[in-house]
Design a protein around this ligand. Sequence first.
Ligand code: XMP
Length: 511
Amino acid sequence: MANEKVLVLDFGGQYNQLIARRVRDLSVYAEIKPYSTPLEEIKAQGYKGIIFTGGPNSVYDESSPHYTSEILSIGVPVLGICYGSQLISYMLGGEVSACEKSEYGKINIRLVKESKLFKDVPEKSVVWMSHTDYISKVPNGFSVTAESDDCPCAAMENEQKKIYAVQFHPEVTHSEYGIKMLENFLYEVCGCSGDWVMDDFIDRTVSELRKKVGEKRVVLGLSGGVDSSVAAALLSRAVGNQLTCVFVDQGLMRKDEGDFVERTFTSLFDMRFVRVNCGDEFLAKLKGVTDPEQKRKIIGTEFYNVFWNKIREEADGGFFAQGTIYPDRIESGKGDAATIKTHHNQVKMPDDINFEGVIEPLGDLFKDEVRKVGEKLGIPHELVWRQPFPGPGLGVRILGEITKEKIKILQESDAVFRDEMKRSGEEERLSQFFAVLPDVRTVGVMGDHRTYDHLIAIRAVTTDDFMTADWARIPYDVLARVSNRLTNEVEHVNRVVYDITSKPPGTVEWE
Ligand code: XMP
């Protein structure tokens, strides 16, 4: 953990994680806590600064999130963003009113007073606004530092008390100098030195892990996804072959994926690698099952049993490690912005296994930080930047009954599609792309013969967060090549369709 840290106090805004990530990109450790966190707890942490996030409400709504105004007099610098800025005004006796015309989108602001927050920011610049209320009267002791055509107070401050407020969102990229403003807050106002550096993180974590683990053993469930892979590499650096990685290959992975994961970890890292191949057992359980939910349930239950049986064999009284990352923890229901989705990185442990403790070496990191650590530890680029892959694997991409033959057709098709996305350079701008086997046969013609064979659907989406997604506009000539190759190279494929459904109303996966 870094020595200095900043608190992002969450009032329910949609950008709370983005604010923390920006702060960390500026080399200062930031953590997010809900507005229900008691002041005493905040005081005890010794934060260098506090950032109030935006929020969906009006400060005058009874139900909107508030905080005791004492937080503004504990001597820690505060920056309020959007709702957070209005809240500061409200807490200190200023006035907030409804805008005649709400501001949304890119807006020009003018600086009207010199400010530490705006050091090296030009007098006029573009910021991102999204608000229906505004600060109509600043509290005593405050002065306006920026304005826009429709907003008399785009920013205000009390320099002496180190309280700053901006009506706009400096954390989003549409705000031209937003990052500079955050940097100014951290370094000019809070006096941070910038001690959140990934190299230090690795050294510090490795030495903490060594101390904690001692001579004991550690078992880790490795899925081949980014998080568990980076956790494995980090633990390997710390404790070498005291680490056992259990990798369950349920036969529903992409083509050659299981071998790739095994090769990577056995050749590059010091550890015991245990691979459990159980594809046939999974297929036997899935025989005749066509209902999507039932298939998911069976795959989930089987996985759970196989995984924990193996862990039980390997555990031997040591530690259990998992690749939980920071967003998994903030989503797990402590804050009000939480409970967005149930996460799958934290596995529920059976009651009969006793470990010395659980280790989550990436528990404080965002995904982009996990990737940085992964690259520094020498994990192949392909693995560090891999796209998300669902836990049930190809099981959610084969509609109807899952059979060995269908898995093979889908794996081959998916491999061809991925290869074309790589060659064409399209993969760089796609968030996720894959093939689906809808279990539909259609009539075709090949040479002089009639065929009656499988349809393959291809899916490619762009998204920031996977909550919503758009289908990717892949150029026609690239799609044409994919279609040609699929029908020529993959046996039993005679037709290809491209899925042009956004999410919503579709989901990314087909099941
Ligand atoms: P959907 O289909 O819900 O997918 O729009 C959103 C993202 O989540 C992934 N996904 C899963 N990941 N276990 C996982 O680990 C699952 O059961 C699962 N289902 C969907 C999906 O690949 C996409 O990235």
